[in-house]
Design a protein around this ligand. Sequence first.
Ligand SMILES: [Zn+2]
Ligand SMILES: [Zn+2]
Length: 452
Amino acid sequence: MKIFAPFLLFCCILINAPQSAAQDGVDRIDYDALLDQKTTDWLLSTYKMLHAAPELSHHEEKTAAFFASELRKLGFTVTERIGKFERSEWTGYGVVAVLKNGPGPTVLLRTELDALPVDEKTGVPYASKVKMMNDAGVEVSVMHACGHDIHITSMLGSAKTLTALKASWHGTLVILGQPAEETIDGARAVLRDGLYTNFPRPDYVIALHDSAELETGRVGYAPGYAMASATAVDIKIRGLGGHGSQPQTTKDPIVIAAQVVMALQTIVSRENSPLDPAVVTVGSIHGGTRYNIIPDEVNLQLTVRTYKEDVRKRILASIERITKGVALAAGVPDDRAPIVKVSDTEVTSATYNDPQLAERLSRAFKRALGDDNVVKMAPMMASEDFGYLSLDQKIPAVTFWLGAVDPAKMKASKEGGDPLPSLHSARFAPVPEPTLRTGVKAMTSAVLDLMK
Ligand SMILES: [Zn+2]
Ligand SMILES: [Zn+2]
């Protein structure tokens, strides 16, 4: 990976940047003077360099090294290789950077470092051509299809801005480069490796994520539950196989699986309160080898999404009860009962944005970006592992959305044109500018407000 380096000049520009008198109890920062053409060019070239060099979860070695070296240049105390995974052969490529600036609150800012096994089809000149071995040893194309390169670049921009504005804030700034978000085991891996015991424990945790549903130049926030918990469930339905022409000698697991899939639909529609959002999706079903063989087993893979933990537990119990009940009704003997396994690794908690903190940050964003560019957004049933960093909501935490879509394309799509590519799409191409500058302004304004 190419390393990009002209930062001392950048810092001098920032140190001399204008700051006008306090308004609303907060220093008004002239972001346009801070983020001048030279700085914007640096953000763009850094973003394009990162976009062309994505790395899969558990393999973020070069991205982490680049991130660490940039923060070290700014005067942060940087520790690399943070993260202990379930599988000991995986290295934790987490980066923790600390900047102490007198007494005051400790604020942790988090960016993810990893990319996805997606073959890029955006057609941009800086598109990724990278191929890597995945954890299963298969070569796959790799792309920053979730925009974590936008997050890394915005974070470095914010780190530089905040370093230059040290006279305007007091406290301890902690920046976390988190590995393995896409596999939702990275946040737990860095916590397990002492994120909150070997480094200052934060009073607030903040992150941003680019949005494929919001115009560039704007940010969105969702107080309260913003993203769902996700739990992976494997079901093995065991029957008694035999000849396709002699069903009377078998217990057909394909028919049982079909009944299970339909019966599971009643969990959300009949057992769950309509006021508690929940999803049960069967995403994979595999069984059998050819026309005239009734197989011995069928395997299902499910994802369960909820906001509340008690709802999640109840749904998992229902899945087991219904699956076993359908097999029992089909006459499957007890020793061939279905095996329902709830994953203990492919699981993540809900993302809960502390409402008070979210409202406070939204006011800071409005001062930095203008009222029209800050919008309240609806929660969604997608998931990520940011919630773990709040330690079950003990630490106020907020992740906010950073608009990344061309407004003209957004308008055309809303008026019946082509649907916009979502996050994780091979065609998702965030508009780099003004997305990057907006990310820096929003994150900087949040920290200045919390540490003023
Ligand atoms: Zn993602
Ligand atoms: Zn993401």
